[in-house]
Design a binder for this molecule. Structure first.
Ligand code: ATR
Length: 264
């Protein structure tokens, strides 16, 4: 039986096992996908299991998307560009690190038929998923990216890689067509980003990367202010869809049943 894992800390909230095991069953594949809570010190030995063919594939989530990199033999172009790995597999005896968050975000935005071209985007947060979002937005032709993070130093580090983004002080809100919450604020239902989004105006598009809450307080507020909202569910599904396709060499079905499977 083939074995797949998602590693992270925390990991309890991950819906990856539910989705992957659904597709595994649908496609009559002899495999099991599990979640594993790990510490940073365990990364090396877990990845060596891929080389030894004891584990067939790994998904990586917060906070290890960058810290797995030194233990991999090779990075895909996407992983190299973002310095972020969410999918690991063995190819020609080499452990490869790939990034499916970039295309996951791009496909999710296209799925909801929002045209990013020539729009100004404002990203909140500077964590592991943000480089992928920046790359995807640039690829889709965004005109400007503003970014703000509670800890300014982390935002500045991102600017070293992406020179054309503009860093704003936490609390400063720009004129933007699209506002993306890439912080972890909202993972718990009572979490709230204490910013006054009314300054951004209405009829804009608010996107939350969080997928385990249907409507975070960030999205609720945005909706009440007259904006269009979308949660991170489709991004999550598309990144998993691509990881599955790489590992099992077949493209699983993506339909309403799968989309509603993840509604809790
Ligand atoms: P990591 O930073 O380890 O990659 P992450 O979950 O990807 O983890 O990122 C968490 C993001 O949410 C960070 O941008 C974090 O801001 P800091 O860099 O200042 O920690 C942001 N975040 C978490 N709690 C927050 C809060 N209460 N208010 C504002 N931003 C918060």
């Amino acid at each position: 039986m083939k074995k797949y894992l998602v590693i992270g800390k925390p990991i309890e909230h991950s819906l990856s096992p539910k989705l992957h095991n659904y597709w595994i069953k649908k496609n009559n594949i002899n495999a099991l996908y599990e979640k594993k809570l790990i510490n940073e010190a365990e990364i090396k030995s877990i990845i060596s299991n891929v080389k030894e063919k004891k584990i067939d594939g790994i998904n990586v989530t917060v906070p290890f998307k960058k810290s797995v990199i030194p233990f991999l033999d090779q990075l895909s172009l996407e992983a190299e560009e973002s310095q972020s790995v969410n999918t690991i597999y063995l190819q020609n005896e080499k452990v490869i690190g790939h990034n499916t968050d970039i295309s996951g975000f791009e496909l999710a935005i296209k799925h909801c038929k929002y045209n990013v071209n020539d729009k100004a985007a404002f990203i909140l947060g500077a964590g592991g998923v943000v480089p992928s979002i920046i790359i995807a937005l640039k690829k889709m032709g965004v005109s400007k990216i503003f970014l703000s993070n509670r800890t300014k130093e982390k935002a500045k580090n991102l600017k070293n890689f992406f020179h054309d983004i503009e860093i704003l002080e936490w609390g400063n809100l720009p004129k933007a067509n699209m506002v993306i919450n890439a912080t972890s604020v909202g993972l718990n239902q009572s979490d709230e980003i204490k910013l006054d989004f009314s300054k951004i105006g209405k009829n804009n598009f608010f996107y939350d990367v969080i997928y385990n809450q249907k409507e975070t307080n960030f999205l609720k507020k945005a909706k009440n202010l007259g904006n269009r909202i979308e949660n991170g569910k489709m991004m999550f599904i598309y990144q998993a869809h691509q990881a599955f396709t790489i590992w099992h060499k077949l493209m699983p079905e993506l339909n309403d049943e799968i989309i509603s499977l993840l509604d809790q």
